[in-house]
Design a protein around this ligand. Structure first.
Ligand SMILES: [Zn+2]
Length: 351
């Protein structure tokens, strides 16, 4: 009985403190005037009761409290407005969990951080979790993750932007038929003009990088050309053989395809080294290159070459050898080569 009186006095003191906070004069005379409280005071008392219950779990509290002081235990249920008040809260129709704690991937021991969840449907329970060290750690971890993610994506974004600038430079060099050795000096010019390529570091200024970028672009274009070749029902090939400045044999190959819009499109297949410049050697190289480019000889309906006997020889020229694979293939003497021969011979006569 003595302890009950002490508890009552404690409760009255706390009520007095909270009432003062809300500028209310009630509650000063104890439980006898409780029925005269305004609606606000009733809410306040309810909050106090909630707090008192939190401090003294219902089971143990009821055992120590005299039977006359026992209050009927009411079933607590989840309140939907908690989802607004506590944005981290998740309710799956049975238990409450904390999205923040669960997404943090920290090893936490509070019930909100596991699938078993919490079924103590009280505002005070939620407030207590929100202020707990576990939850604050989880909030901090998620913020760190967010900052890290933003920093990483920003760094990647800056680098991607710089790589695109370098690829444009390499593309310009190739398209303008300039030497790839111009790459480092062009980067210097870009920087003088205020272009930022620093996010990539010094390694990207080398000639080796330029070669790598060129190969990457070439691979992308090859894929596109391969698709065009595959889609075209018929096509033709043009080739020419020459000797470069280092006296090495070279053969260059183009193809013409029919696009899906029935337009003729010309694509570069490749520039190949060749050591055997006989008709057999050139035929073999053409077959190898056409195989690599996905060109089926059965649908190659025309071949354009110069007029040399190696190419147009009636018995064993390159054209005749390929016509053995596809009898429908026509061979044409390149008109540009014909024109060159005409002008050369005409000039010789005038001279
Ligand atoms: Zn939490």
């Amino acid at each position: 009985m003595l302890s009950a009186n002490v508890e009552t006095r404690k409760m009255a003191k706390r009520q007095l403190r909270i009432s003062s906070f809300f500028n209310q004069n009630a509650l000063v005379s104890g439980h006898s005037e409780a029925d005269k409280q305004t609606e606000t005071n009733t809410d306040c008392a309810s909050l106090l009761l909630d707090l008192a219950q939190d401090e003294n779990p219902p089971d143990s509290d009821q055992e120590s409290r005299p039977a006359s002081h026992k209050k009927p235990r009411r079933d607590r249920v989840f309140q939907k407005d908690w989802l607004v008040k506590f944005p981290w809260l998740k309710f799956d129709s049975k238990v409450m969990t904390c999205l923040t704690c669960m997404q943090s991937n920290l090893k936490l021991s509070n019930p909100f951080s596991s699938d078993t969840g919490c079924i103590n449907f009280r505002t005070s329970t939620l407030l207590r979790h929100e202020g707990s060290a576990d939850h604050r750690r989880a909030v901090s971890r998620l913020k760190q993750k967010e900052y890290m993610s933003v920093a990483v994506s920003k760094a990647i974004g800056n680098k991607e932007e710089a790589v695109v600038k370098l690829m444009r430079t390499v593309y310009y060099i190739a398209k303008s038929e300039l030497s790839i050795s111009k790459y480092p000096s062009l980067l210097e010019l870009m920087e003088l003009n205020g272009v930022d390529i620093n996010p990539l570091g010094e390694g990207y200024r080398s000639r080796k990088t330029a070669d790598g970028l060129l190969e990457a672009m070439s691979a992308a274009i090859d894929l596109k050309v391969a698709q065009k070749i595959e889609d075209s029902e018929f096509l033709s090939m043009m080739c020419d053989e020459t000797t470069d400045i280092a006296t090495l044999g070279k053969i260059i190959i183009f193809t013409k395809v029919i696009s899906e819009n029935l337009e003729v499109e010309t694509y570069f297949i490749g520039d190949y080294d060749i050591t055997d410049k006989t008709a057999n050697g050139i035929t073999e190289k053409l077959r190898e290159a056409s195989d690599n480019a996905g060109i089926e000889m059965e649908k190659c309906m025309a071949l354009g070459t110069d007029g040399a006997s190696t190419m147009m020889g009636k018995k064993n020229g390159v054209g005749v050898q390929l016509q053995r694979l596809n009898p429908y293939m026509l061979q044409f003497h390149c008109s540009a080569h014909k024109l060159a021969l005409c002008t050369e011979q005409a000039a010789a006569k005038v001279g």
